[in-house]
Design a protein around this ligand. Structure first.
Ligand SMILES: C[S@@+](CC[C@H](N)C(=O)[O-])C[C@H]1O[C@@H](n2cnc3c(N)ncnc32)[C@H](O)[C@@H]1O
Length: 352
C-alpha cells in the first residue's frame, strides 16, 4: 500500500486527514451504497504497484460539458399495470414487436427461445423491421432458474437491450430492469502477473448474467478527439474511450442521433470494469442498453457473461469485438504493435 494511502487507511476517521478522503480510493469505494452487499475490492499480491493516483472511482456516469439528458417533455415510459406485463408486446418499452416475438420460454435450448418466431434470425441478426424503428424483444429469461439472464440467442448479437426504467409505471422489481438494478456481484481489482490490473469476482457468474456497466465521463466527440490528441498514451487512449454509437444514423430525425456520437471516457473516473483486460477468447461481452427511448444518445454499455465463469477466474472481453477475425494476419508494422498476452489458444497475438 502506498505510504499516503496506508496512513489514510488507518487514520481516515481522523479530522486531521479529512481533506485526503476525496482522493482516497478506499474512501471512494467505501462510500458506495453497494459497499456492504457487493463491495469492490483491490488486491495486489504481485508487486508494490497501487492504482493510478489520478484515477477516481465513481458509481454513476458523469456528464461532461455539453452533454445532457433529454428534456422532461420528451421522456416516456410504459404504463403496464403489473410488472409481469413488461415481458410482452403491450409494454411500451418493447412496443414495436409482433405478438409472436415476445415469447415466454424458460429454456432457450429446449424451446429455441426466438425459434424463428421472434425478432431474430438463426445467426442472431435482426429480422426485417417495420418502419424506421428496429423491433424490440424482451431480452431476458422470464422465469425459472435462468430468470433475469440474457437469452442465449442474444449472446452473439449486436442488439440493443430495451429495458423499463424509472419513468415507467412498473415497479423497481420489474423483470425488465436487469441493468437498471445494477451490479449484484462483488468485484475485485487484482494485480495480474503480466497485464497490470485485472478484474475477477469471488462469486461464480452464470452465462447470461449481468455483471456491471462501463462508467466514465460522457463527453462530446469533439472533446474525445481533443483528449486523444493530448493523451500521453497516444492512440492507446482509445482503449478507455467507448463511442455511444449504437443508434447513430446520419439520417435520423433526432439530431442527437445523427452523429458524431458521444463517447465515454473511463481513464480517469470509472468503476471496476475500467480495469477489465482483453482476451481473444473472452467470457464477457458489452451490450448497448436503453432505458428511456428519449435518451438513446446516452445508452448504457452493459457487460454480460457469455460463459459460465467460476469464482476467481479473470473477467475479460474482446477489445475489438467483431472487427478482428481469428487467424487474421496483423496489418501494419509488427514492431509498433502491442502483443496480446491473453494466453488463449485462439489468441490473435496483437492487441493493436
Ligand atoms: C483498459 S486497460 C485494462 C486495465 C489495465 N490492465 C490496467 O492495469 O489499468 C487496457 C490496458 O491493459 C493492458 N492489457 C489488457 N489486456 C491485455 C492483453 N490481453 N495483453 C496485454 N496487455 C493487455 C494493456 O496495457 C492495455 O492498454
Amino acid at each position: 500500500m502506498e505510504l499516503a494511502t496506508r496512513r489514510h487507511f488507518f487514520y481516515h476517521g481522523n479530522e486531521e486527514y479529512v481533506h485526503e478522503r476525496p482522493d482516497c480510493h478506499w474512501c471512494q469505494i467505501r462510500s458506495f451504497p453497494t459497499h456492504q452487499t457487493t463491495p469492490i475490492t483491490v488486491v495486489n499480491e504481485v508487486d508494490g504497484e497501487v492504482l493510478p493516483s489520478n484515477f477516481r472511482f465513481i458509481n454513476e456516469r458523469v456528464f461532461g460539458q455539453g452533454v445532457q439528458r433529454a428534456e422532461e417533455s420528451f421522456r416516456s415510459g410504459c404504463a403496464c399495470a403489473s410488472d409481469a406485463s413488461c415481458q410482452y408486446t403491450g409494454c411500451l418499452c418493447l412496443a414495436d414487436i409482433d405478438e409472436s416475438d415476445s415469447n415466454d420460454d424458460e429454456d432457450d435450448e429446449m424451446n429455441d427461445e426466438f425459434g424463428g418466431r421472434g425478432g431474430f434470425n438463426e445467426d442472431g441478426s435482426r429480422k426485417p423491421t417495420r418502419g424506421s424503428e428496429p423491433q424490440k424483444a424482451y431480452a431476458y429469461h422470464s422465469h425459472g432458474a435462468k430468470a433475469g439472464r440474457l437469452r442465449s440467442k442474444l449472446h452473439d448479437s449486436k442488439f440493443p437491450l430495451y429495458e423499463c426504467h424509472q419513468g415507467c409505471a412498473c415497479t423497481a422489481q420489474c423483470p425488465n430492469r436487469v441493468v437498471e438494478r445494477g451490479r449484484t456481484l462483488p468485484l475485485e481489482i487484482f494485480r495480474t502477473e503480466n497485464r497490470g490490473w485485472g478484474v475477477r469476482s469471488s462469486h461464480s457468474i452464470k452465462k447470461g448474467q449481468f455483471v456491471d456497466c462501463y462508467l466514465g465521463e460522457i463527453i462530446t466527440s469533439a472533446e474525445a478527439d481533443r483528449r486523444r490528441a493530448a493523451s500521453a498514451i497516444s492512440q492507446r487512449k482509445d482503449v478507455y474511450l467507448f463511442a455511444l454509437d449504437k443508434f447513430t444514423d446520419p439520417e435520423s430525425l433526432d439530431p442527437r442521433l445523427r452523429g458524431p456520437p458521444l463517447e465515454v471516457d473511463g481513464e480517469f473516473m470509472s468503476g471496476p470494469t475500467r480495469f477489465i483486460n482483453h482476451s481473444c477468447a473472452p467470457n464477457l461481452r458489452i451490450f448497448a442498453r436503453v432505458g428511456d427511448h428519449a435518451d438513446k444518445h446516452l445508452h448504457d454499455l452493459a457487460f454480460f457473461a457469455i460463459k459460465d465463469i467460476p469464482a476467481g477466474v479473470e473477467l475479460t472481453f474482446d477489445y475489438v469485438d467483431g472487427v478482428a477475425e481469428e487467424g487474421e494476419e496483423p496489418s501494419g508494422n509488427v514492431e509498433d504493435m502491442t502483443r496480446c498476452l491473453c494466453g488463449s489458444s485462439k489468441c490473435r497475438k496483437f492487441l493493436w
